[in-house]
Ligand binder design. Structure first.
Ligand code: ADP
Ligand code: MG
Length: 243
């Protein structure tokens, strides 16, 4: 039986909030406004995923689907420096793919799953930054909301299976304009299974990110199956996410 692993976010308090970090065989959805650090957390996770488990890592490679053109080699290098690993090697261990529309995004997920199967046990993390941006563009019409949600659910269902089958952590970002109390819709509603067949321990954790005072950022866990609702501060630095 596969064992759930955790990948540290780089920040102790945030890790504690998440029960040690983001979990494999599970989807973590980070949602929040522009510049709250969704992409910076993604970059940090890509480096930490490669570290030994004793360092909070996943001892594996990462895959990154970039839908907004915000993946930056320099950020990976700077974060690798923080953890004392070779920056070129750190970059080589990240499979980066740029998606240009929602269908392409699904195709890339299929290709990445094939790669996970070829290199069994090698990958520990899959990032999709952002899960929903291209859907918003492709299904922008008034009558297209239910089709968009249906396609998104298919994608999430697919991702849940990938998380389980290959024991990877999946980290999704979702930019929202307002706080979750204001009636926004979530990508993944953990109270409803995301379509199709989901195995018993599959789970989704939603992490709401917001700005605090100055450079401070605050994360809050919503509706996690195994973590209480609570908050943790974190900060964004050149070396990635810190307390
Ligand atoms: P989001 O994806 O949520 O829109 P980002 O992850 O891109 O937000 O985070 C943007 C924030 O990260 C900005 O406040 C920016 O100042 C900070 N940031 C980006 N790069 C660095 C860096 N090298 N050093 C410190 N802060 C950085
Ligand atoms: Mg971003």
């Amino acid at each position: 039986r596969k064992k759930v692993m955790v990948i540290s976010t780089g920040a102790k308090q945030l890790d504690e909030l998440l029960g040690g970090g983001i979990q494999t065989m599970s989807i973590t959805e980070a949602f929040g406004e522009f510049r709250t650090g969704k992409t910076q957390i993604a970059h940090t996770l890509c480096v930490i995923a490669q570290l030994p488990t004793a360092m909070g890592g996943g001892n594996g490679k990462a895959a990154y689907i970039d839908t907004e053109g915000t993946f930056r080699h320099e950020r990976i290098k700077a974060i690798a420096d923080r953890f004392g690993i070779d920056s070129e090697a750190a970059l080589e261990n990240i499979l980066v793919a740029r998606a240009y529309n929602s269908e392409h995004q699904m195709d890339l997920i299929t290709e990445i799953a094939a790669r996970f199967a070829e290199e069994k046990g090698i990958f520990r993390l899959l990032v999709i930054d952002s899960i929903i941006a291209l859907f918003r563009t492709d299904f922008s019409g008034r009558g297209e909301l239910s089709e968009r949600q249906q396609k998104l659910n298919q994608m999430l269902s697919r991702l849940m299976k990938i998380a389980e089958e290959f024991n990877v952590a999946i980290y999704l970002t979702n930019q929202v304009q307002s706080d979750p109390g204001a009636g926004m819709t979530f990508v993944a509603d953990p109270k409803k299974p995301v379509g199709g067949h989901i195995m018993a321990h599959a789970s989704t954790t939603r992490l709401y990110l917001r700005k605090g005072r100055g450079e401070e950022r605050i994360a809050k866990v919503y509706d996690s199956p195994d973590v209480p609702e609570a908050e943790a501060p974190y900060a964004i630095t050149v070396g990635g996410i810190v307390d």
